[in-house]
Ligand binder design. Structure first.
Ligand code: UDP
Length: 240
């Protein structure tokens, strides 16, 4: 077993990370690969919590832009995250992992209700624990849900998987001269308005000193390498 730099982590995956090259929904090959990487990291000795977004199915803001009541749209978005959590639970279990899904909104015919102390117990027992339905409140995102849960469970690191290899000063897909930051403070991220997570999520992490690493999970093996202490992507930590 390798020596890990972090014992307990929370990994945030966007719903879009499950889509692969599709326009909507879940690509079974992609979720299988992600599940393999998560299990590999767990086998190395980490306690792993997951938060998965719902943007591959519904986002409240998008539904509201189409004329739907925002709160109803957000509730649909939260339910979409439960669908993704169940899909990930299935993919992980097919590979032999022990998994629990806990939802912030009560839907306990399909998964457990979120209870903090029980969540910590699951992690201690080596169960990959998936937190579904974000914060349980409309007008929030799963980034805020991930920040909140990482603090509640006492994670050593919050990881956000994206499609780019860290935080840049401008969009690297549009600007070839964009520069990547190795490290940033939370105040720098908020002050420069770097759109990697929403401000509520950043503020929560800043106020609780939760370190955050943003990295590209499309590149295989990155998750384990980060847990082993490699400085991959961008680390956001501290104030000022
Ligand atoms: N959502 C919400 N409250 C939360 C978390 C999520 O209302 O605490 C809703 C919101 O509509 C959001 C949708 O669920 O757009 C899906 O989550 P998110 O957009 O964060 O997913 P991602 O972009 O990570 O796929």
């Amino acid at each position: 077993m390798s020596q890990l730099a972090y014992r307990r982590i929370l990994l945030k995956l966007s719903g879009e990370a499950l889509m692969g090259d599709e326009d909507y929904g879940i690509d079974p090959k992609v979720i299988h690969r992600l599940a393999e990487e998560i299990i590999e990291a767990q086998a190395a000795g980490a306690e792993i919590a997951l938060v998965i977004g719902g943007g591959n199915i519904f986002r409240g803001a998008g539904l509201a832009a189409g004329g739907m009541d925002r709160v109803t749209g957000d509730q649909m978005g939260m339910l979409a995250t439960v669908i993704n959590a169940l899909a990930m639970q299935d993919a992980l279990e097919k590979l032999g992992a022990k998994v629990r899904v806990m939802s912030a909104i009560k839907i306990n015919d399909v998964c457990e209700d979120y209870i903090r102390r029980r969540a910590i117990r699951h992690l201690e027992k080596g169960r990959i624990t998936i937190f579904a339905a974000g914060t349980g409140n409309p007008f929030f995102t799963t980034d805020s849900g991930a920040a909140l849960r990482s603090i509640e469970i006492g994670a050593d690191l919050l990881l956000k998987a994206t499609k780019v290899d860290g935080v840049y000063d401008s969009d690297p897909k549009k600007n070839p001269d964009a520069t990547r930051f190795d490290r940033l403070t939370y105040d720098e991220v908020i002050g420069r308005n770097l759109q990697v997570m929403d401000t509520a999520a950043f503020a929560l992490c800043r106020d609780s000193d939760m370190p955050l690493r943003i990295f590209d999970m499309d590149q295989p093996g990155q998750l384990l390498r980060i847990l082993e202490g490699e400085p991959i992507g961008t680390l956001v930590q501290g104030r000022g």
